[in-house]
Ligand binder design. Structure first.
Ligand code: BDR
Ligand code: CA
Length: 303
């Protein structure tokens, strides 16, 4: 099994990504950390706890609270997309437990150092990871790779160039991309193609309790594209389990941290400026049918 740690800001697509990671037998989810992003960090932490508790994994999977705000840029949420709580559309009750006492950075440090090799999966902005790398650079050699939702080399969803997770904390993104840890970029280039179709959504509705929960959340998700909802963060988990469904390109990517292109990702597509060196494997295409089929198949095995 793959040992992974998720750093998230649930968020409806984060909730779906957690759902997949918690339930797939090929994945061993060691820790969930929360960061401010789609909503404030107290809410993203509560939402992560709700999903872990929904699947009865409170004992096995600790949840730790992380950064309240980006490193430098003022915090702006995305409640207009994910609703006031960040996870509208399903009643998880009031009793979903508490985060552990350790901060996200301390919890990440301890969980990563306890393993020889772990995969880090950020689906929010990268503030916790930037703080971790600055404070505890020794963790880097224990991270096999980072599979990160965020960025885009083909246009943004916040500005013409910037994607939300990178836009929220561009300074953190820059630190992560310059860290030397291998990174797979799962950005809008693929996530805007991996739509949950209305057919898939309807099939979820009556499948089981998990299907009902996801149906509720996704029906309240204001991220709509044509006939479907982009399941951005879920692509990190689909990539881990089915890399063959993605086409990737090794590139050097830089992050813009100020000016009108703030939060933008610039790829050296000709390899002209970095002596052919690369710092990311960028996902550029995906088999969207396979994604929908897999999504339903996964949920069909859940509670
Ligand atoms: C990203 O932004 C967030 O709103 C989503 O959860 C996803 O991580 C997509 O740009
Ligand atoms: Ca997210």
């Amino acid at each position: 099994t793959m040992k992974i740690i998720m750093d998230t800001d649930p968020g409806i697509d984060d909730a779906a990504a957690l759902t997949m990671a918690i339930n797939d037998p090929a994945i061993d989810l060691k820790l969930v950390t929360a960061v401010a992003g789609n909503v404030t960090v107290d809410k993203t932490t509560a939402n992560a706890l709700k999903i872990v508790h929904f699947f009865g994994k409170d004992k096995e999977i600790p949840v730790a609270m992380g950064a309240q705000q980006p490193l430098i840029k003022p915090f702006e949420d995305a409640a207009r997309i994910h609703g006031a709580s960040g996870m509208e559309g399903y009643d998880f009750g009031d009793d979903y437990g508490e985060p552990i006492k350790k901060s996200a950075v301390e919890a990440l440090h301890d969980a990563i150092m306890a393993e020889d090799e772990v995969i880090l999966v950020p689906t929010g902005s990268y503030t916790n990871i930037a703080l971790l790398f600055s404070q505890y650079p020794e963790v880097k050699s224990h991270i096999k790779k980072i599979v990160a939702m965020g960025g885009s080399i083909s246009g943004g969803n916040m500005t013409s160039i910037a994607e939300f997770n990178v836009f929220t904390d561009p300074d953190a993104a820059k630190i992560m991309y310059n860290s030397g840890v291998p990174i797979v970029t799962v950005g809008l280039d693929v996530t805007l193609k991996a739509l949950i179709t209305s057919e898939t959504l309807n099939a979820l509705k009556t499948m089981n309790e998990t299907g009902k929960m996801l149906y509720g959340l996704i029906s309240h998700y204001n991220d709509v594209s044509g006939d479907g909802h982009p399941m951005h963060d879920v692509n990190t988990i689909f990539y881990l389990l089915h890399p063959e469904a993605y086409t990737t390109k090794k590139l050097w990517v830089d992050i813009q941290t100020d000016g009108p292109a703030i939060g933008g990702m610039v790829a050296d597509i000709r390899g002209a400026y970095h002596d052919g060196k690369t710092n990311a494997e960028v996902c550029v295409d995906i088999d969207a049918d396979a994604f929908n089929k897999w999504f339903l198949e996964e949920v069909s095995h859940m509670k």
